[in-house]
Design a protein around this ligand. Sequence first.
Ligand code: GAR
Length: 204
Amino acid sequence: MPIRLAVLLSGSGTTLQNIIDRIDRGELDATVAGVISSRPGVFGLERAKRHGIPASEVVRREFSGNEAFNAALWAEIRGLSPDLVVLAGFMSLIAVPPDFQNRIINVHPALIPAFCGHGMYGHHVHEAVINYGAKISGATVHFVDTEYDHGPIILQDTVPVLDGDTPETLAERVQALERELYPQAIQLFAQGRLRVAGRRVFVH
Ligand code: GAR
C-alpha cells in the first residue's frame, strides 16, 4: 500500500513537482493525498490541481498568532489522513502534535546545522554560504521538531561551492541534489526503514 503524503508549501512547488514525477515514474510508494499552502494563489497549488490533487489554502497572515494558524492547519492536514507530512518550501513554523512526531519531514538547501534557521530559505541560504567563503554546501532532509531546520537528520549530502558561483548557480546544484535526496528519504520512510533514537536516525 502506498503511503499517504500531505504536502505543505508556500511557493512555486518545484519540490512538489519532483515528488509527483517520482510517483508517476513508479519510484515512490506514495500518493499525494493533498497539498496545503500557507500563501494564497501560489503556483504550487496550480501544480496540484493540474494533477487532480486536492489543494487548499491556510493563509498564515490571516491568523493573528501561530497557535490559531496551527489549529486551522492541523484540521486541514488531519482531513487528509496522511502517514507523512512533507514540507516542500513551507515558510511557516509548524506545530508538532505528539502523534506526528517523526512523521513530518523537511528539506533544507544547506548542511544543517550551518546556514539554517529562521529567515534562512531559498537564495538567502546560498548567498550566505558564498559570502562566508564555505567550500562545500549541500542538502539536508530531516524530521521536523519545534525549531526551524532542527530535528533529527535523515539524509545529508554535499556539493562543491565553485569560485565563479552566484547564489543562482549554487542553488541549481543544490536543488539537483535535493531532487534525489528528498524522494529517497520519503521512500525509506514508506518502507519503514527509518529508526529514530534521540537525534540520530538509523537506516535499516
Ligand atoms: C527548496 O530549495 C527547499 O530546500 C527550500 O525551499 C525551496 C522550495 O522550493 N526550503 C527551505 O529553505 C526551508 N528552510 P519550491 O517552493 O520550488 O518547492
